[in-house]
Design a protein around this ligand. Structure first.
Ligand SMILES: Cc1ncc(COP(=O)(O)O)c(C=O)c1O
Length: 379
């Protein structure tokens, strides 16, 4: 069986190092917010190229706490995309703010900056740029819009640990940035974890306090906070994996290049790459008509592809009819029925990539031409 993502294979790759790190924590005396968390924060800030990194309980909390640190809440609007993990939008509501959703670019599946003007109001305070599948959103266009309109730029880097924009690591460009370290992510814990990065010391200290009851000093709640602490076990595991992140991302790139070469003559629409960015292939996402048939075909052969995501946030039952979106969400809505994530993770072997590609090349359910029309924006 070949899974879409395989965090347990990654555990096996680094088993000795992870077990040693875990044992050290178990034998120590502090299990939450201790020396491992501190070391991880320092190492991650250095890796991303920011002054500070703060460990929190998960990626959704990271976004919510970042918004709160920026004093964004009730009455404020935050623009983001509908083609993302629901967490991006859920976090905006958790902070008490109002999400406003725009469409994505047809080639890169990230925020369509030309729509920002249409949804801008006097209440807009921030834009959350989601770097999807391992590739950056158009940070030049989005940053320009934010500066021109006095808006905060928040990066959601949950799917792009280690990727860059014009040579700078994602997570170092916006005012504040948020990372999920869910087990399947490029930098994944063995449980829940999240990180926030920023160059602003005031924001860093606000987040640090908010993640633990508003404390700077123990038992003194200077502000209202909550519990979003990171535990030592997850931090220790993330420190091991951070050391391997660049080489793991290289392995993902090699797999993606192999898929690109093997699938080029199929009717699938393959990923399109930005000149300004390096891609880290959290997911390798193709577009395909008759997706369900291909999914089944692969599954019968033991290959479990994924769908990220089968429904845009603005059409999900909990959100439908109550979230303001741009007037055209055509790309987003079409992607939901066409995107397919092929297995990709550092341990995926080249013969498995060949097998998967072979299964796709020989798949021809009803015969005829399955080619998608190139211009999804009109779809
Ligand atoms: C783009 C994006 N944002 C936010 C999150 C939320 O992270 P978590 O599941 O750690 O709360 C995820 C995780 O799935 C994600 O992919």
């Amino acid at each position: 069986m070949i899974l879409c993502a395989n965090p347990s294979a990654q555990f096996q790759s680094y088993q000795a190092e992870i077990e040693a790190a875990v044992l050290k924590v178990l034998r120590g005396s502090r299990y939450i917010l201790g020396t491992e968390v501190e070391a991880l924060e320092e190492e991650f800030a250095r890796y991303i190229g920011t002054k500070a990194a703060i460990g929190v309980a998960n990626g959704t909390d990271a976004l919510e706490l970042a918004l709160r640190a920026l004093d964004i809440g009730p009455g404020d609007e935050v623009i983001t995309v509908s083609h993302t993990a629901v967490a991006t939008v859920a976090a905006i509501e958790a902070a008490g703010a109002t999400p406003v959703l725009v469409d994505v670019e047809p080639d890169f599946f990230t925020l369509q900056a030309t729509q920002l003007q249409e949804v801008l109001t006097s209440r807009t305070r921030a834009v959350v740029a989601v770097h999807l599948y391992g590739q950056a959103a158009d940070l030049d266009a989005i940053s320009d819009f934010c500066s021109q309109n006095n808006l905060e730029l928040i990066e959601d880097v949950s799917q792009a640990h280690g990727a860059t924009w014009k040579g700078r690591r994602l997570g170092s460009i916006g005012r504040i940035a948020c990372f999920s370290c869910y087990p399947t992510k490029n930098l994944g814990a063995i449980g829940d974890a999240g990180l926030i990065t920023t160059n602003d010391p005031l924001l860093a200290s606000k987040v640090r306090m908010a993640r633990e009851y508003g404390w700077r000093e123990r038992y003194v709640s200077e502000s209202v906070g909550r519990n979003s602490r990171l535990d030592e076990l997850q931090a220790a595991i993330l420190r091991v994996k951070l050391r391997h992140l660049d080489s793991d991302n290289d392995k993902r790139r090699k797999i993606a290049n192999r898929y690109d070469a093997l699938l080029v003559c199929t009717p699938l629409l393959l990923p399109v790459y930005r000149q300004e960015a390096s891609h880290v292939f959290h997911l390798y996402v193709v577009r395909v008509p008759r997706r369900q048939q291909l999914l089944e075909h692969l599954k019968v052969q033991g290959v479990h592809a994924g769908v990220h995501y089968p429904s845009p946030v603005h059409l999900q039952p909990g959100y439908k009819g109550r979230i303001r979106s741009a007037t055209t969400m055509g790309v987003t809505e079409r992607l939901a029925s066409e995107v397919l994530s092929l297995p990709i993770y550092p341990e995926l072997r080249s013969e498995q990539v060949e097998l998967i590609s072979d299964l796709i090349c020989t798949f021809n359910p009803g015969g005829g031409d399955q080619r998608l029309s190139g211009n999804v924006a009109n779809g």
